[in-house]
Design a protein around this ligand. Structure first.
Ligand code: GDP
Ligand code: MG
Length: 318
């Protein structure tokens, strides 16, 4: 029998930020690493500083994975607070997993990804390249890809993995664990996630407002998820004779600053709001990996942007 080896002096604990474009497999990797599916909120987030996606605790280390959805969407001028958060997530991370999808071929990092990479390198923090979805390409295609990325950026190490089949994920995890700073655990071992799915759901809705609405409206808008519950929905779409899994019911309030903005956001015959809901629902279902029923209400809260207390209550300011 082996003696239990870990002692408090060798315990490692730190933050690993996972960066990557949508669909590269970040959530799948997370579920693989944590060996369980993180579903609904387990604990209300106490802080907006870190968007904690998952916490993996072992006898030897605690790896705290952070997601930074804001920095990978360079399409829009992002809300200041989000950029703030993204920057702080990068700054606070001890290392970064930069994830790409090998089925998409080699791609240059976009400017925002590049900035994230540079921030970490400037601080001398390790950046791992995670080449995901290797189950979908012939092994021979990987070498030139690895070569190209290795030339483009001083990655600490490159890990070809399949988040889906878990090929290569143990090696990745060992490397990450060994690179975490020596530090006692920051979270109790039984807490798997502190990530606040409501936050992400709200951000997705807000993103759709950015896509569908003109200039000033998105900036005058904030979203509050007021209900997020598992609920049996009646008449929630055709089930085609199959028993369907219950949908989650999500209700969100969209706040604007002026009554005139409310009209614009709802649109003629409610078409604008409908479109926002349609786009948001698709993304939220993908994010949660669960079917949802989404209800949106537009409300006016004058000068909410100046209302510090209210902003704080929504986690907008640190
Ligand atoms: P995210 O947007 O980066 O979080 O990506 P997801 O984890 O949601 O994955 C996006 C899609 O890629 C899903 O359909 C996954 O099943 C799929 N996917 C993720 N990892 C792998 C992988 O290693 N191999 C294959 N074949 N598909 C994967
Ligand atoms: Mg995801």
């Amino acid at each position: 029998m082996n003696e239990p080896t870990p002692t408090s002096s060798t315990y490692r604990c730190g933050y690993a930020a996972i960066i990557g474009k949508p669909n590269v497999g970040k959530s799948t990797l997370m579920n693989s690493l944590l060996k369980q599916k993180i579903s609904i909120v387990t604990k209300k987030a106490q802080t907006t500083r870190h968007k904690i996606l998952g916490i993996l605790s072992t006898d030897a280390y605690q790896a705290i994975f952070l997601d930074t959805p804001g920095i990978i969407e360079p399409r829009y001028a992002l809300h200041e607070a989000m950029m703030d958060f993204a920057a702080s997530a990068i700054d606070d991370a001890d290392l970064m997993l930069f994830m790409v999808d090998v089925t998409a071929g080699a791609q240059d990092a976009d400017p925002v990804e590049r900035e994230a990479l540079d921030r970490l390198t400037a601080k001398g923090k390790p950046v791992y390249l995670v080449l995901n979805k290797i189950d979908r390409v012939p092994k021979a295609t990987l070498l030139p890809l690895i070569d190209r990325y290795a030339k483009a950026y001083p990655f600490r190490e490159i890990f070809p993995v399949s988040a889906l089949t878990r090929e290569g994920t143990d090696a990745l995890l060992s490397a990450v664990a060994a690179d975490l700073p020596e530090h006692p655990a920051l979270y109790p071992a039984d807490i798997v996630s502190e990530h606040n799915e409501r936050f992400f759901v709200g951000e997705i809705i807000r993103e759709k407002i950015f896509i569908t609405c003109k200039e000033e409206i998105p900036y005058s808008t904030t979203v509050e998820v007021v209900e997020f519950a598992e609920r049996e929905m009646q008449g929630g779409g055709p089930s085609r004779g199959r028993p369907s899994a219950p949908k989650w019911f999500i209700s969100a309030d969209i706040y604007v600053e002026r009554p005139s903005q409310k009209g614009i956001l709802i649109g003629k015959g409610g078409l604008m709001l409908k479109e926002i809901g349609r786009l948001a629902r698709a993304d939220i279902e993908r994010f949660l990996d669960h079917r949802i029923y989404l209800e949106l209400h537009v409300k006016v809260r004058e000068h909410w942007r100046e209302d510090k207390g209210w902003l704080q209550s929504r986690g907008y300011r640190r």
